[in-house]
Design a protein around this ligand. Structure first.
Ligand code: MN
Length: 387
C-alpha cells in the first residue's frame, strides 16, 4: 500500500457511497476539506465540525442515521469511542495528518476504517487534510480551497503553483502578491521539498508573508470566528453555501455580507484592526509587551503571531488580554531564537497561574494580583538570558 493507493481507495469508497456523512476539524484545514468534497460529491449532503470536546462529539454523532452508508472523518486525530458504537460497523474513511490519539479504535477490526494518513508511509510527511481532500477530489476548481487550507495549516505546497497555472485571476483574488514576489515564492517551492528541515525559517517567513501581507488572514479568521460563534448545525449551512460560491462571491460576503456570521465577522475584524495598531506602535526591542483590554474576545493568538512576523529585534513577545470582570490575564508568548517556554515556567513558578507550550510559542493565564511580579520577572529574565 502506498499513500496514492490509500487515496485512490478513499476516492472509490466515497464515489460509490449513496449517502455519506462527514465530520471534520474546527479550523480552515477542516472546513476547506469539507467544501472540496461537497463540491465534488452531490450525494454528500451533511458535514459537521467536531472539536476535541467529548460532549460536542456526543452531540454531533446523533446526526448519524440508518440511511448513512459511509462515515467520513477529516483532520480529526481524536474521536471518542462512543462515536464508533454509533457508527456500528459501517464503512469509515478517515483522512488525517496527525498521530492518532486513540489508536486502538483504528486497530480494532470491528471498525471498518479505511485510513488515509501520509505519516503512515513517511513519518516526515504531515501534509494537511485539505491536500488529501484535493487528491481525492482531483477537481482543478478546488485548487483555490486547497491553497487556502494548506497555507492556513502552515504548509507551502506545489498546489500554489498549480493554482496559478490553472486560474491566474482567482489566484490573484486570493493572494495579493507582486509578480516579482510570486516568482521568488515559486522558485522557493520548486527548489525545496515541502518538509525540508533546513529551510524551516525561510518557509515560515513565506507562510507568514502570504498570511499577513497577501490577505490570507481574512479567511483563516473567518473560519475561526464561524466555529467559535455558531452552533455546529449552523456551521454546516454556512459551509454548504460557501461550497456553492466562487472565491469572489465569498470575498464579497466577507466584506459586505449583511447576514449573521458575515456581519459578526466584520464587527470582529474592525475590533482587531484597532488592536492590531498596537503592533505598529510597540517599540521593536528585546522584549515586547502588547496588551489589549475590554474587547469582546481575546485576540492574543493572532496578535502574538502577527507581531512575531512584523517585529525583527525581539527575543520575546508577550501579548495579554483581560476585561474588568476577569480576575486573570490571559497571555500568548512568542520567542525568537529564545526558549520562551523555559522563560514562562521559571517566571510563573510559585505564582497563581498556569501555562505551557513549545520553545517558540506558549501561553498562560495569571492572576491579576500576581501579574506585576510576573512581568517584572520576565523583564529580568530576558535581560539575563540569551537562549
Ligand atoms: Mn489540519
Amino acid at each position: 500500500m502506498t499513500l496514492q493507493n490509500a487515496i485512490d481507495t478513499a476516492r472509490d469508497l466515497i464515489a460509490n457511497s449513496k449517502n455519506p456523512i462527514m465530520f471534520f476539524d474546527t479550523d480552515t484545514d477542516g472546513a476547506t476539506s469539507f467544501i472540496q468534497l461537497k463540491r465534488k460529491y452531490s450525494q454528500l449532503k451533511e458535514g459537521y465540525p467536531i472539536s476535541k470536546e467529548e460532549d460536542q462529539q456526543k452531540d454531533a454523532m446523533t446526526k448519524i442515521y440508518d440511511e448513512h452508508d459511509l462515515i467520513i472523518f477529516f483532520d480529526t486525530p481524536y474521536v471518542i469511542e462512543e462515536f464508533f458504537q454509533e457508527i456500528n460497523g459501517r464503512q469509515v474513511v478517515w483522512a488525517d495528518h496527525h498521530i492518532p490519539i486513540n489508536k486502538h479504535i483504528l486497530e480494532n477490526s470491528d471498525n471498518k476504517i479505511h485510513s488515509v494518513n501520509p505519516m503512515d508511509y513517511d513519518e516526515n510527511d504531515e501534509r494537511c487534510s485539505s491536500f488529501l481532500a484535493y487528491q481525492i477530489t482531483q477537481l482543478p476548481e478546488n485548487l483555490v480551497w486547497v491553497a487556502m487550507g494548506s497555507v492556513a495549516d502552515f504548509y507551502l505546497l506545489d498546489v500554489l503553483i498549480d493554482f496559478y497555472n490553472h486560474d491566474q485571476s482567482t489566484f490573484n483574488t486570493l493572494i495579493k502578491i507582486t509578480d516579482q514576489k510570486r516568482e521568488e515564492l515559486f522558485e522557493f517551492i520548486k527548489t525545496y521539498k515541502f518538509n525540508d528541515e533546513s529551510q524551516r525559517e525561510t518557509r515560515t517567513y513565506w507562510i507568514q508573508y502570504l498570511t499577513y501581507e497577501c490577505g490570507l488572514i481574512q479567511y483563516k479568521t473567518f473560519f475561526d470566528i464561524l466555529f467559535k460563534f455558531k452552533k455546529y448545525e449552523k456551521c454546516q449551512k454556512v459551509l454548504k453555501d460557501i461550497a456553492k460560491m466562487t472565491l469572489l462571491d465569498f470575498k464579497v460576503e466577507l466584506l459586505n455580507g449583511k447576514i449573521g456570521i458575515y456581519e459578526k465577522y466584520q464587527e470582529i475584524m474592525s475590533e482587531y484592526k484597532s488592536v492590531k495598531s498596537k503592533i505598529e506602535s510597540a517599540k521593536d526591542e528585546e522584549l515586547i509587551f502588547i496588551d489589549h483590554e475590554d474587547k469582546k474576545i481575546s485576540f492574543n493568538r493572532q496578535l502574538s503571531e502577527e507581531a512575531a512576523f512584523r517585529k525583527k529585534n525581539y527575543k520575546a513577545i508577550v501579548c495579554t488580554y483581560t476585561k474588568p470582570i476577569m480576575s486573570i490575564y490571559s497571555c500568548s508568548l512568542r520567542g525568537k531564537n529564545f526558549d520562551i517556554n523555559k522563560m514562562l515556567n521559571e517566571c510563573i513558578d510559585g505564582l497563581e497561574g498556569k501555562g505551557g507550550g513549545h520553545k517558540l510559542a506558549s501561553g498562560c493565564i495569571i492572576s491579576k494580583a500576581d501579574f506585576p511580579i510576573f512581568k517584572k520577572r520576565i523583564q529580568e529574565y530576558v535581560q539575563t538570558h540569551s537562549e
